[in-house]
Design a protein around this ligand. Structure first.
Ligand code: ADP
Ligand code: ADP
Ligand code: MG
Length: 662
């Protein structure tokens, strides 16, 4: 076994690899960018080496720098995690050249599976079923048009070199094809330096089912069964589970054999995933990911294996630790990806500081939290917006779903927008409980899954009011200590009045609603609160709020006048109104074109003087694996372009100014 390895990644996956290495007695070397000094992965590793500025191209994608750290630190092998250099054949080759083991498949296997089109051609020859489509070399428009017509609409255009959903476009009918092809080519060229496309039949109600495979250098290749990853948004995974609901042994065996055949066809070694799209009884090869997958923990939970340990053993030349016949599935596991993003705004990635973070308690074998962040860390536009993964296990699917709901209710994240509300809604959804899974699930159930924040639960107001009163008390006590007379009547903090009923009014806003609460201190330290629903006796101790004797867990995080009440895994934001504060300035007018997130300008589609229609695309910015197209808010003439391609812009920066028509 290796004595020391380098982990060429960040975030949760770097931490996850370090955990296994440590268990096996292997020393670990982390690398970090300037944005990650002090990040969790740098603290967990035995050594942490700086590799450059925040942008990935200058740090986590800078293979030469990473190899140099490996040489200087004496690491014998490099684990690339997922993303970044994990599917970069040139990097795998450079490792071999430097005499350092790349913990992944051989260079040739990465290359063979690197292009969606070429890998499909290869699979076709190996007898693995494919979705009807065109994946040939020929790319001229006339041919693509003819192919799309032959396949039959709707069709899906993909970048051959693609990944992460980039360059993917659904085309409903022939009329939309030319524009979609041009757009996809542009995006593919910008993202991958390669504008070749493929076209597939777009299945309308498919499931994403993938097979985890493993191969060693001695010629053994096994299937570690399937994962269902059908709960997606933007064609990217949000919730994954194993086993796939409704999978019968015959189909499991057929898919496993197809996946093993795919791996053998490219001389595969190590961990890999063969992704299929399934509809009805059919299943079709989509692509192979030649790395450890984000959702590998659900396979670990149901097989009892540690896939990173297998990767390390195979990379050292050992045979697979368990033979095919002895592998089995126990119970059911579900993973939920916690993202910094706003489901209500088309899943726009969010950035910000994790002002408060409390994650569910881990229960060995049942609840696992894979995370790379600490309270106080920031989610920045430099890397992808995943905060953590919650993985749960139960004896059967119903038990796992229950466990998922319970663990999600323990999550407390304050400081940025997350998809936790959506995850909770899915976990509690009847169609999800009934395993009615397909890739359109989130879209179809959007109305139920994204309910408006419900306003006035008296507990929210009560928790906020008690927090403000407690804060005032602490401030006054502090002031009294500072003036040296804690017994001064002016330091009395309980609103007690000589003539009886002392009280204090507090005014809160929550969205459009406003409420004034009267608080009366009681001798035992609790309060009477006059809430919209009537009077209650309330007390708050640490993270428990008691109303008329019934207590529950609640957390209030206060930043200035803003309070976030976290209850049952949901966040409620309120503002306490200071009667002396100046009125807040109104939000910027809607006729401005501003960056919704910090990011990099990747395309400017107009020039000064252009007349544009309402909703015409103006500028494209990229942040966190996602492209955002900014459109004209109204018809008009472009006056100035404030930022050019490659410039980094802050959130809220005005990008284009123009004069309204007429
Ligand atoms: P999987 O197929 O394993 O579910 P994804 O398709 O979501 O994973 O992508 C794999 C991972 O690759 C992402 O979670 C992300 O961490 C990483 N990744 C991809 N592109 C980038 C990028 N441009 N910058 C940073 N990380 C990236
Ligand atoms: P990526 O490189 O982004 O992972 P994939 O080819 O794996 O791209 O596809 C990502 C997702 O897009 C799939 O999980 C599925 O939801 C959807 N998808 C891909 N191909 C098809 C298809 N032919 N019909 C319908 N949906 C598809
Ligand atoms: Mg994929």
């Amino acid at each position: 076994m290796f004595r020391k390895i380098l982990i060429a990644n960040r975030g949760e996956i770097a931490c996850r690899v370090i955990t296994t290495a440590r268990r096996l007695g292997i020393a670990t070397v982390a690398v970090y960018s300037e944005a990650d000094a002090g990040a969790r992965h740098t603290r967990l590793a035995d050594e942490a080496w700086p590799i450059g500025p925040a942008p990935a191209r200058q740090s986590y994608l800078a293979g030469e720098k990473i190899l140099e750290v490996a040489r200087r630190s004496g690491a014998e092998a490099i684990h690339p995690g997922y993303g970044f250099l994990s599917e970069n054949a040139d990097f795998a080759a450079a490792c071999a050249q430097a005499g350092i083991v790349f913990i992944g498949p051989p260079e040739a296997a990465i290359r063979a599976m690197g292009s969606k089109a070429e890998s499909k051609a290869l699979m076709e020859r190996s007898g693995v079923p494919l979705v009807p489509g065109h994946h040939g070399e020929a790319q001229d428009m006339a041919l693509l048009r003819a192919e799309a017509a032959r396949i039959g609409y709707p069709v899906l255009i993909k970048a051959s070199a693609g990944g992460g959903g980039k360059g993917m476009r659904v085309v409903e009918s022939a009329g939309g094809l030319d524009e979609a092809i041009e757009g996809a080519k542009r995006e593919a060229l910008a993202s991958f330096g390669d504008d070749r496309l493929l076209i597939e039949k777009y299945l309308t109600r498919p499931r994403h089912i993938e097979i985890q495979i493993f191969a060693d250098t001695q010629g053994n290749t096994v299937s570690l069964f399937e994962r269902d990853c059908s709960i997606q948004r933007r064609h990217q995974k949000v919730i994954e589970e194993a086993p796939a609901p409704g999978m019968d042994p015959a189909r499991r065996q057929a898919m496993g054999e197809a996946a093993v055949a795919a791996a053998r066809a490219v001389g595969y070694v190590g961990a890999g995933t063969v992704e299929f799209i399934a509809e009805g009884d059919g299943f079709y090869f989509m692509e192979m990911n030649t790395r450890l997958q984000v959702e590998h923990p659900v396979t670990e939970m149901v097989t009892g294996l540690d896939l990173v340990e297998w990767q390390l053993r195979v990379a050292c030349g050992e045979a697979l630790p368990v033979a095919e016949e002895r592998l089995g599935i126990r119970g059911h596991a579900i993973e939920a990806r916690v993202y910094a993003e706003d489901p209500a705004r088309d899943f726009l990635p969010a950035v910000g500081r994790l002002a408060h973070l409390r994650q569910p308690a881990e229960v060995p074998g049942r609840v696992r939290v894979d995370t790379g962040v600490l309270e106080g860390d920031s989610i920045t536009p430099n890397y992808d917006p995943m905060i953590a993964k919650l993985i749960v296990w139960g004896e059967d699917r119903a038990a796992a779903v229950r466990q998922l709901s319970a663990a999600l209710a323990e999550y407390e994240v304050v400081g940025l927008t997350t998809n936790l509300g959506l995850l909770r809604a899915i976990a509690g959804n009847a169609a999800f409980a009934a395993a009615e899974l397909d890739t359109g699930f989130i879209g179809r159930h959007a109305a139920e899954l994204m309910p408006a924040e419900d306003a006035a639960d008296p507990a929210i107001w009560a928790a906020a009011a008690l927090t403000v009163v407690h804060d005032q008390r602490a401030a006054i006590e502090e002031a009294a200590r500072a003036t040296g007379d804690p017994y001064s009547p002016w330091a009395a903090v309980d609103a007690w009045r000589m003539n009886g009923d002392g009280y204090q009014d507090l005014r809160f806003r929550q969205g459009d609603a406003a409420v004034t609460l009267r608080t009366h201190p009681l001798p035992d330290g609790s309060f009477h609160l006059d809430l919209p629903g009537g009077r209650v006796q309330a007390a708050m101790l640490d993270d428990r709020l008691s109303l008329d004797g019934v207590s529950r867990r609640v957390r209030v995080v206060r930043r200035g006048e803003d309070l976030t009440v976290v209850m049952g895994g949901r966040n409620y934001t309120l503002t306490v109104e200071d009667p002396l504060a100046p009125p807040r300035s109104e939000a910027a007018g809607s006729d401005r074109v501003t960056a919704p997130v910090p990011g990099r300008v990747t395309r400017v589609l107009v020039k000064p003087g252009d007349r544009v229609a309402k909703n015409a695309p103006l500028v494209v910015i990229e942040a966190m694996k996602t492209e955002f197209t900014l459109r004209a808010p109204l018809e008009g003439t472009v006056e100035t372009i404030r930022h050019q391609v490659e410039e980094m812009v802050e959130e809220g920066t005005e990008l284009v100014t123009f004069a309204a028509a007429g």
